[in-house]
Design a protein around this ligand. Sequence first.
Ligand code: AHR
Length: 489
Amino acid sequence: MTILSQNLTISVAPNASTHRIDRRVYGQFAEHLGRCVYEGLWVGPDSEIPNKNGLRKDSIAALRQIKVPVVRWPGGCFADEYHWLKGVGPERQPMVNNHWGGVIEPNVFGTHEYFELLNQLDAEAYINGNLGSGTVQEMTDWIEYMTLESTSPMAELRKSHGRVQPWKIEFFGVGNENWGCGGNMPPEHYASLYRQYQTYVRNYGDNHIQKIACGPNADDYDWTNVVMASAGEYMDMLSLHYYTIPTGDFSAKGPALDFDEQEWHDTLAQTRRMEELISRHSAIMDIHDPGKRVGLAVDEWGTWYDVEPGTNPGFLFQQNTIRDALVAAINLNIFHRHADRVRMANIAQMVNVLQAMLLTDGPALIKTPTYHVFDLYSDHQDADYVPTVGDLGEQGDCTVSHKDDAYTISLVNAGLDHEIGAAVQLPGQISEVLRAQGITGATHTSHNTFDAPDAVSPADLDGLRVDGRHLRVTLPPRSVATVRVSLVE
Ligand code: AHR
């Protein structure tokens, strides 16, 4: 095995511009799709699976550990077919989930259940409204139902359904993928509708809603330009969707498990495109919004593979390997670097769909390698980004942040056959190592199963050395590590 050794020097120049890493880049996405909401989160109060008010306790406990800051719901493509009134009150009205397998959506999980989920997770609301097939009236009524305290038809309806106090909505999306499943609109048409609909997304009482406009699909720079020019002043954020597809071809994406080393490299190359996409969309946004008032919300990202053989093609169920852990870490590092513009990101999706945190099978639940990266990275939430000098070679990557008088350093080795010896120089003497953990896979397809749930799980770092201002870490192939240190005052 060749041992590469490169030095990474961390230096915080006195006037280096830095920015806060918004905790919301660790956001999640939960759509009415496959077994994400039903089974993954919601089992109902009468289920034998241990639950609190219908939400499974094991999922909630695991998700609380990674400090989920915000949950985007109810879609996705589902959002532009969702009619919220069918999902409140004692008589729920089923509908067909046209996008996702054509199954019957019972609407048992609706607005009240969503806010119960947020309550149990201690997370913020990001609701995606229906612009594609819903009316302005329907959207404004929903906002009134959720957030108006005083007497009004919608507030009274909410109260009659057992909720007296209004809820808070921090973020509201006005349509989803309106260039595609949300209405196949050209950007000019969407921008006009966005201006109209957002007018009626009102703030009641002290609730302040940040409005999120539908942004581009991957590298559709024209969409960003047109929507920003026409409607930029009416939005707080613009979304961006980009999925990592190993082949780059939606019709034959590649398997989640049975992939070769070339597909490993192709996948990581596809995921690194996120850096260019954010840079170029952000540069267009700069033309219309040089002060960076409008944030970029990468509210759908992650790997998208062919579904697991034998599963419903409309349910988007896929396994999750150490490759997904690397994808997660590389994307989070990119979001950190661009956190002056990227104020939210929502990985798709939280449970049992695409690049999930958790997989369930009846009462059993496993944490994926991606989950463990979110855990290893949790100290970066709301920390100050620390620019670094130096690099870890072609396959290496790193990110550093500072919070609560400690530095968190996360290091990535995406190589398949070499270690990286990383020397990290801090701006002062290291006094204490507060955390030093990492994950790796025995092979490039290592993953967790219901029989071997901890095949890929965090372990204390071997061979970590502290030497004055230096930290020396050996990163095995296919690994992600985090070290958190405090310095002598
Ligand atoms: O996450 C799955 C789907 O991907 C979402 O519903 C849609 O917005 C996107 O195309």
